[in-house]
Design a protein around this ligand. Structure first.
Ligand code: SAM
Length: 307
């Protein structure tokens, strides 16, 4: 059976695009339209009990508004004008945790249709350089439209296989942050609209996906100035998540996992045992470069709640 969950029971999330507006302005706009704003959520339960024309600010992420199930903003002015992005909470975590500073050089390896890219640009305040790759030309063109609407200007898009991007090229010599969100089984996707297909999850398919994900991750760690990488999938299979990360860390001893969002209720499985003489690893989804046993090079700069 598939891992799909009925989406019509789940709250709807709206990310405020801080390149175009502010959380305060969006809240005021919606209040003028008759919505009731109930402030910031204090606990998980607040997210599950929303109903009617009400909304709250998310518990964990600063620019995320939460609405009752089935609230649809696709035809709304704020969406059409790029002031809000219809992006699920889970999909907001990678860019938020990667947290590249303004002015940084950042690479989004498998980027289309680009919601995470636009989130990265917002976090960078459009300052710096955001290299974004995707193999699929059609998805990439959807992405240009999306980024234009969102007011993103720091990007450089390329219709290219990330595995063929040369980490040694001088162009990427200053890339310090990578977001890797590769193709996956989609087994953790929630169906929010009609017509979602069941994920296909033959053992062979999972194995092929996991092999691709691991190649991408190993490739990403070859960028010479990399300090921090966020790896994400929409899968609930350990084969595509913890196992990929563990296998990668076995071959890249210069990186370690860092604990983030200490208040987050669900954690991944602990990683595979580390051979004697190696420092312990943590089981949370961000990789940092650092000599084993020494503080990471990225640890002191703008981390989210841990380091
Ligand atoms: N990060 C995107 C977002 O938040 O909107 C979603 C990315 S989606 C999960 C994975 C993407 O990887 C697809 O658009 C697919 O075309 C692309 N892709 C697959 N293989 C690739 C490769 N070898 N190089 C670059 N992109 C690839």
């Amino acid at each position: 059976s598939s891992g799909q969950i009925e989406g019509n029971q789940l709250p709807r999330y709206v990310r405020v695009n801080t390149l175009k507006t502010t959380v305060e302005d969006v809240i005021d706009y919606l209040k003028r339209e008759g919505f009731n704003y109930h402030g910031q959520a204090g606990r998980m339960e607040d997210l599950r009990t929303l109903s009617g024309k009400t909304f709250i600010l998310d518990l964990h992420l600063p620019d995320l508004l939460v609405f009752p199930p089935k609230t649809d903003f696709h035809d709304h002015f704020l969406y059409q004008a790029g002031h809000i992005i219809l992006q699920d909470k889970a999909s907001c975590l990678p860019a938020y945790l990667l947290n590249p500073p303004a002015g940084a050089q950042v690479l989004d390896a498998c980027a289309a249709p680009g919601n995470k890219t636009s989130h990265l640009a917002a976090i960078m305040r459009n300052k710096g350089k955001l290299f974004a790759f995707d193999l699929d030309a059609k998805r990439l063109s959807t992405m240009s439209t999306l980024l234009l609407r969102a007011g993103v200007t720091c990007q450089q898009l390329a219709n290219q296989d990330f595995l063929k991007v040369d980490p040694e090229s001088p162009e990427y010599s200053r890339v310090e942050y990578i977001l890797l969100d590769p193709s996956c089984s989609g087994s953790g996707m929630v169906c929010l609209r009609d017509g979602c297909s069941e994920p296909q999850e033959g053992a062979g398919r999972l194995q092929a996906l996991a092999a691709f994900q691991l190649r991408c991750l190993n490739h990403a760690l070859r960028f010479p100035s990399l300090r921090r990488l966020a790896y994400s999938t929409c899968s609930i299979h350990t084969q595509e998540n913890e196992e990929v990360v563990s296998a990668c860390l076995q071959h890249n001893r210069g990186y370690r996992l860092v604990p983030l969002l200490p208040g987050w209720p669900e954690r991944g499985l602990p990683p595979a045992p580390v051979p004697a003489g190696q420092p312990g690893h943590h089981s949370h989804p961000r990789l940092l470069r650092g000599r084993p046993g020494a503080p990471s090079r990225g640890g002191g700069r703008g981390g989210r709640g841990g380091g």
